[in-house]
Design a protein around this ligand. Structure first.
Ligand SMILES: *Cc1c(COP(=O)(O)O)cnc(C)c1O
Length: 403
């Protein structure tokens, strides 16, 4: 025996922040002959899907379904509330906030970005200043990413509602919950969110390909004032999913709908609040390990304050040897895939290799998180990376209920 045999054979673990791990039950639900799209089970399934999606978003209002990923939901949400020349305000805390702002700009909006950088949450004072400066109330919408998956910063959306209310500003509050839905606590109606977008491949545990735009009556009234709305993105017919796939939007994403049905059954069987609590505890285990690793060498967490960290994703730095070396090692040698850094440094710039992310969203449990963290510890040791000790002990204390 000259060296460690390759240990990657066996079930691979994709621990990236989307797409997330797909439950076997979801895959099995999708493995079927093509169903009739005009009558029968698939059509009858639709009202239950919309009701169960709304229970996760904690809204009594409307949801429109799209055959498209999160970028499609970005585009759809804007197509229903702004027209060229309208102003939008984007308080950005990472690549995804910037991305939604670019989407708005390309739809003709006049975009004001408040860039809060990559390590701190939205500064509510600065947002209040921007709203106060808009005396004519030209800003039609505030586009806020709840959890920015690039930085893993979680923003306080309820506080943002408070700022809009305190300033008496009528702009729509639009939230991107693509990373956070089903992982971090989110209350659409209680927090006064007018429009929320999400995708199916993160907390909702379905392969990428569907997305959802939730909207309330205030947003619907803004939609009604537009002179025209794109035929495809219009949310009005899509809010009646039981008919729209047959008459308005072309072929339904048949197998995704079956997968979604099973995923929603799993979430509601566990209970949305219990799903949040599971993610919160698993995230605390991840943080405990990462905080321990950060006490030595070049390992560092991107977000220092626990109150602003996401329960779905953790953004990290490792410079020597860099994160790319660690990701390559654990993937090749252990069958564990970690997420690349996103938006923290330009691709092509050597510092890009110093960033990586852990996905802990959706179908993950205690042994998987211990396995992911154990895999990272093995990688750090295998590569001889200088790092703080005690990470696995700290995580085990959280998972074991001792922390
Ligand atoms: C993943 C993600 C997106 C983009 O979703 P896609 O399905 O990749 O288009 C947008 N915003 C956030 C916060 C995300 O996590």
């Amino acid at each position: 025996m000259n060296k460690t045999p390759n240990l990657a054979q066996g079930r691979p673990y994709l621990a990236i922040p989307g797409p997330s791990v797909i439950p076997d039950a979801v895959l099995q639900a999708m493995h079927r002959a093509a169903p009739n799209i005009y009558a029968g089970e698939l059509v009858e399934m639709m009202p239950g899907l919309t009701a169960d999606l709304k229970r996760i978003a904690r809204t009594a209002h409307h949801v429109a379904m799209y055959t498209g990923n999160g970028h499609a939901a970005w585009e759809a949400s804007l197509a229903n509330v702004i027209q060229p020349g309208d102003k939008v305000l984007v308080p950005a805390t990472g690549r995804f906030g910037i991305g939604w702002s670019e989407c708005a700009r390309l739809q003709g909006a006049e975009v004001e970005v408040l860039d809060f950088g990559k390590q701190s949450p939205m500064d509510m004072e600065k947002i209040a200043d921007a709203l106060r400066a808009d005396k004519a109330h030209e800003i039609k919408a505030v586009l806020a990413v709840h959890v920015d998956t690039s930085t893993s910063i979680r923003n306080d959306i309820a506080a943002l509602r408070g700022v809009l209310d305190a300033e008496g500003h009528p702009a729509l509050l639009m939230a991107d919950c693509i990373a956070s839905l089903g992982c971090d606590i989110f209350e659409m109606d209680a927090w006064g969110v007018d429009v929320m977008v999400t995708g199916c491949q993160k907390g909702l545990m379905v392969p990428p390909g569907m997305s959802f735009v939730f909207f309330n009556d205030k947003a619907e009234a803004a939609r009604a004032k537009l002179p025209r709305v794109s035929w495809y993105w219009d949310w009005t017919p899509r809010a009646h999913a039981e008919e729209f796939f047959q008459y308005h939007a072309g072929t339904a994403p048949t197998h995704h709908l079956y997968g979604l049905r099973t995923a929603l059954d799993m979430i509601h069987a566990e209970g949305v609040e219990q799903v949040w609590a599971r993610h919160a505890t698993l995230a605390r285990a991840v943080w405990a390990a990462c905080e321990a690793w950060s006490t030595g060498g070049s390992f560092a967490m991107n977000v220092s304050d626990r109150a602003h960290r996401s329960n779905a994703v953790t953004s990290l730095r490792l410079q020597s040897p860099n994160a790319t070396a660690l990701r390559d090692f654990v993937e090749r040698q252990l069958g564990l895939t970690l997420g690349i850094g996103l938006g923290m440094a330009p691709p092509g710039d050597p510092s890009w290799h110093g960033f990586f992310r852990l996905g802990h969203m959706g179908h993950v449990n205690g042994h998987m998180i211990m396995g992911m963290l154990g895999g990272i510890e093995a990688g750090l040791r295998g590569l001889g990376v200088d790092h703080g000790a005690g990470a696995l002990d700290a995580a085990a204390d959280v998972i074991g209920g001792n922390a």
